[in-house]
Design a protein around this ligand. Structure first.
Ligand code: PLP
Length: 307
C-alpha cells in the first residue's frame, strides 16, 4: 500500500501550441495520466485516502457505482487487484449483464476480479438510499463505499496533492470537470493569485456548488462551452483535434474529459482569454481507458476513430 501510493509526482511536459495556430504559446501538461498504468490520473488521487481509510477501518471490500465506460470503475477494480481488496461494481443498466465481453471497461474490471452487479436505471437513481444499501449489504456483507465518480472529502484531499510540485509556477491551472471533486482539491491547494479554470464535460456549471462545499476560495471559474453537447458526446472536430494533438504533441487525450479541455484551452487562447505571458498548466487527468469503448461507438457510426 505504502509503495502503491508513494510515486506521486507526475512529469510535466512543456509543449508548443504552434501546430494549433498559436505561434508563441507554450503549455505545461501535468501528466497525471502517467501515475499508474491502470489507476489513472485523478482517480488515483481520489482513491488514495479512501483506500487508506478503508484499510485503517478494517474493511476488506470496496463497493462503488458507475456507468458502462466509467474510468472510476476501471480504477477501483485495478487498485483492488493490486492492493488485495475485494471489489464490487454496481453498474447502471441491467442490459449490460449480457454485454460484458463486448465492453472493454467492464471486461477489464471483471478480469481484475471485480464483481459486477447490474441494476436498473431507476434503482441506480436511488443508489444512495438506505433501502438499496441494505440490499447490497445483505448480498455482499460489509463494505467501504466509494461514491459514484469517487468524490468525497478524502478524495478532495488526495486531489490537493496534484499541485504539490507546480503550485508556485502556475498562473492558470486548467482541469476537466465531472463532479467537481478534482477541481475542488486544486482550488483548495491554490494561491489566491492563481486562477483555476474548469472545463465541464457535461452541460452546466453546477459543479461550482460542489466545489463550494470544500473551500471558500473563489479564484475559479467553470465553462461548459466545450462540452460538445453533453457527457460522452463528441463530434468529428473533436476527434480530429485529439488525433492531431497526439501526433504533434505526442500526448494522448481521452474523448470524454481531457480532449474537451484541451480543445477549450486552445480556443480560449485564440480568443485572448488568458493574460499575456501567463504560465498555463493543464492537468491531464487520465481516462485513456475510455478510448477503446468510444472507438467501438465511432466505428458503428462510420466515423473516424481515435488513433
Ligand atoms: C472522472 C474524471 C474527471 C472528472 O473528475 P471530477 O473530480 O469528477 O470532476 C476528469 N477527467 C478524467 C479523465 C476522469 O476520469
Amino acid at each position: 500500500m505504502a509503495h502503491f501510493f508513494s510515486y506521486n509526482s507526475p512529469a510535466i511536459t512543456n509543449i508548443s501550441l504552434a501546430p494549433f495556430g498559436l505561434d508563441a504559446f507554450y503549455l505545461n501538461v501535468v501528466r497525471e495520466d502517467m501515475l499508474h498504468p491502470f489507476v489513472s490520473g485523478n482517480k488515483f488521487r481520489k482513491l488514495k485516502y479512501n483506500i487508506v481509510a478503508a484499510e485503517d477501518n478494517g474493511f476488506s471490500t470496496l463497493l462503488t457505482f458507475g456507468g458502462a465506460f466509467s474510468n472510476h470503475i476501471a480504477a477501483v477494480a485495478a487498485a483492488g487487484k493490486e492492493l488485495n481488496f475485494k471489489t464490487i461494481g454496481v453498474i447502471r443498466g441491467e442490459e449490460l449483464l449480457y454485454k460484458i465481453a463486448q465492453n472493454p471497461t467492464l471486461s477489464f474490471a471483471k478480469d481484475c476480479g471485480m464483481e459486477l452487479h447490474f441494476i436498473s436505471r431507476e434503482d441506480y437513481k436511488r443508489k444512495e438510499e438506505e433501502q438499496l444499501l441494505t440490499k447490497l449489504k445483505n448480498k455482499f456483507g460489509d463494505f467501504y463505499i466509494l461514491p459514484e465518480g469517487g468524490t468525497n472529502a478524502l478524495a478532495v484531499q488526495g486531489c490537493e496533492e496534484i499541485l504539490k510540485n507546480i503550485s508556485e509556477k502556475a498562473d492558470y491551472i486548467c482541469v476537466p470537470v465531472g463532479t467537481g471533486g478534482t477541481m475542488a482539491g486544486l482550488v483548495k491547494a491554490s494561491n489566491e493569485n492563481q486562477r483555476i479554470v474548469g472545463f465541464s464535460a457535461l452541460k452546466g456549471t453546477f459543479q461550482s456548488e460542489e466545489i463550494e462545499k470544500y473551500t471558500s476560495k473563489t479564484n475559479f471559474s467553470i465553462t461548459d462551452a466545450y462540452c460538445f453537447g453533453g457527457y460522452g458526446k463528441i463530434d468529428i472536430d473533436l476527434i480530429r483535434f485529439i488525433n492531431k494533438f497526439k501526433k504533434e504533441a505526442n500526448i494522448p487525450l481521452d474523448p470524454v474529459y481531457t480532449g474537451k479541455m484541451m480543445f477549450g484551452i486552445v480556443d480560449l487562447l485564440k480568443k485572448g482569454h488568458f493574460k499575456e505571458n501567463s504560465r498555463i498548466f493543464a492537468i491531464h487527468t487520465g481516462g485513456l481507458q475510455g478510448i477503446a469503448g468510444m472507438n467501438q461507438k465511432l466505428k458503428k457510426k462510420n466515423l473516424p476513430i481515435i488513433e
